[in-house]
Design a binder for this molecule. Structure first.
Ligand SMILES: Cc1cc2nc3c(=O)[nH]c(=O)nc-3n(C[C@H](O)[C@H](O)[C@H](O)COP(=O)(O)OP(=O)(O)OC[C@H]3O[C@@H](n4cnc5c(N)ncnc54)[C@H](O)[C@@H]3O)c2cc1C
Length: 380
C-alpha cells in the first residue's frame, strides 16, 4: 500500500495550511464568541476554491479528490471546527447531492453559484422526533405541477446564511429530496439554537408552511431519497470524523505547548510522568485516527468507502476527540476552565462532534449490523 500523498495533494495541503494560518486562525476565537462565520471569510474561502471544493471544474468547482478534500477539512478544523463544518455542509451534503443527483438544468442553475459562494447550501433532513427516512413527518403533497411542503426540520446548519436548502420530505412515492430556495414563501427559520460547541455554525429549526415547490425541483427521482442518502452518507460521516481529527490535533498541540510553558516550583509540568502519559496516549489516538481517516479517504477515491469503515472512523473519531480534549483540559489544570484559553473552546467543539452524523450508539449499531450480516445474521 502506498501511504504517500501525490505532489498535487501536498501542494493543496500547503495552500490550505497557509490560508488557515493567515485567515482562519486569527478569527477562530471571534467566530466562537460571535457565534457566526464572517461573510468576508466565506468570500475569501470562495476565492480559494473552498466553496466549490468537490464541484466539477465545468461549473467553477475545484474538483478535489477525496484525499485533498479531507486534507482541507483537517487543516481548517485544526484551527476552527465550526468553519470546517460550514464548508462541509455546503460542499459535502448540499453540493454533492446536486452534483450526484441533480438534472443538467439543476446543476447549471445551482452549481456555479454554490462554487463561487454567492449561494450557500444547507441540508434539512433531521426532525425533532429523529432523523430516519421512514419516520419523516415533513410531507410533500402533489399539487398541480409540483408539490406543497409542510412540516418542521430540526438542526439545520448554515440555515441563516443559506440560499438553497436540500429538504427531505415524505411523498406518496416515498421519501424524496427537494431543492428549496431559502426565499420560498412559507419557509421560516425558528430561533437560533445556542449550541455547546461548534458555535460558529448557525443552527436553526426550519418551518415549512405550504411551501410550493415545482416538480423540476425534485432532486433525483421522487421516492428515491434513500439512494441519495446512500451516495453521500458514508463520505459525510468520514468528513465529520476528519473534523474531529482536526479538533483532537489542535487540543493536543495546545496541551503540549501549555505543558512546556507552565512551570510549577520552577519545573515545566511536561517533566511530570502523568502529563507525559496524557501526551503520549493522546498522540497514539490522534495518529491512529489520522491513519484510519486517510485510508478511508483513499477508499473513497476508489469508490470503495463502505458504511462499516465510515462508522468505525466516526466512532473512533468521536472518542478520540473527546478523550484528547478532556486530557488536555486536565493538562491545563485550573487554566483549562478560564475562557481566555483556547482549550475550552476546542473541548466544547470536540464534545459536540458526537451529536452530528450519528452518536456512538448508532455507530456501534451500524458496525455490529454490518459485521453480523457478513456472518449471515440480519439484525431485527
Ligand atoms: C451542531 C449540530 C449540527 C447539526 N446539523 C445538521 C444539519 O445540518 N442537518 C441535519 O439534517 N441534521 C443536523 N444535525 C442533526 C444530527 O445529525 C442528528 O440527527 C441529531 O443531533 C440527532 O439528535 P436527537 O436529539 O434526535 O438524538 P436522538 O436520535 O434522540 O438520540 C439521543 C440519544 O439516544 C441514542 N440513540 C438513539 N437511537 C438509538 C438506538 N437505536 N440505539 C441506541 N441508542 C440510540 C443516541 O446515540 C443519543 O445518545 C446537527 C446536530 C448538531 C448537534
Amino acid at each position: 500500500m502506498d501511504y504517500s500523498f501525490t505532489e498535487e495533494q501536498q501542494m493543496f495541503r500547503d495552500m490550505f495550511t497557509g490560508f488557515v494560518a493567515k485567515e482562519i486562525e486569527p478569527m477562530a476565537e471571534h467566530m466562537d464568541n460571535d457565534e457566526a462565520i464572517p461573510v468576508a471569510l466565506l468570500r475569501k474561502s470562495a476565492m480559494q476554491g473552498f466553496l466549490g471544493a468537490l464541484l466539477p471544474e465545468d461549473y467553477g468547482g475545484a474538483a478535489l479528490d477525496a484525499i485533498s478534500y479531507i486534507l482541507l477539512l483537517e487543516e481548517v478544523a485544526k484551527s476552527c471546527m465550526s468553519m470546517a463544518m460550514v464548508l462541509h455542509v455546503h460542499n459535502g451534503l448540499a453540493g454533492q447531492a446536486i452534483r450526484l443527483h441533480g438534472s443538467v438544468a439543476q446543476q447549471e442553475a445551482w452549481l456555479p453559484a454554490l462554487a463561487e459562494g454567492s449561494v450557500i447550501g444547507a441540508w434539512a433532513f433531521a426532525e425533532a422526533d429523529g432523523s430516519g427516512l421512514a419516520d419523516l413527518q415533513t410531507r410533500a403533497i402533489p399539487d398541480g405541477a409540483g408539490y406543497r411542503l409542510n412540516g418542521a426540520k430540526a438542526w439545520v446548519s448554515n440555515a441563516s446564511i443559506a440560499g438553497l436548502l436540500v429538504v427531505l420530505a415524505a411523498t406518496p412515492e416515498g421519501p424524496t429530496a427537494f431543492l428549496v430556495p431559502a426565499d420560498s414563501p412559507g419557509l421560516k427559520l425558528g430561533a437560533r439554537d445556542k449550541t455547546l460547541g461548534m458555535r460558529g455554525v448557525q443552527v436553526h429549526p426550519l418551518y415549512l408552511d405550504n411551501v410550493e415547490v415545482a416538480a423540476d425541483m425534485v432532486l433525483g427521482q421522487p421516492g428515491a431519497a434513500q439512494q441519495l442518502l446512500d451516495s453521500v452518507n458514508n463520505f459525510s460521516r468520514l468528513a465529520m470524523a476528519t473534523i474531529a481529527l482536526g479538533g483532537a490535533h489542535h487540543a493536543l498541540e495546545l496541551g503540549v505547548n501549555f505543558a512546556i510553558e507552565r512551570k510549577q516550583f520552577g519545573v515545566e509540568i511536561a517533566q511530570k510522568g502523568a502529563i507525559q502519559a496524557f501526551i503520549a496516549d493522546s498522540a497514539v489516538e490522534v495518529e491512529t485516527l489520522r491513519s484510519q481517516i486517510y485510508r478511508c479517504a483513499s477508499l473513497a477515491d476508489q469508490n470503495n468507502l463502505d458504511g462499516e469503515a465510515a462508522s468505525i472512523a466516526k466512532l473512533w473519531a468521536n472518542r478520540v476527540a473527546y478523550q484528547v480534549a478532556n486530557r488536555m483540559i486536565q493538562t491545563h489544570g485550573g487554566y483549562g476552565y478560564i475562557l481566555d484559553y483556547a482549550i475550552g473552546r476546542v473541548f466544547r467543539d470536540c464534545r459536540t462532534i458526537e451529536g452530528i452524523e450519528g452518536g456512538n450508539r448508532s455507530q456501534q449499531t451500524a458496525i455490529a449490523r454490518s459485521i453480523l450480516a457478513a456472518h449471515g445474521l440480519e439484525l431485527a
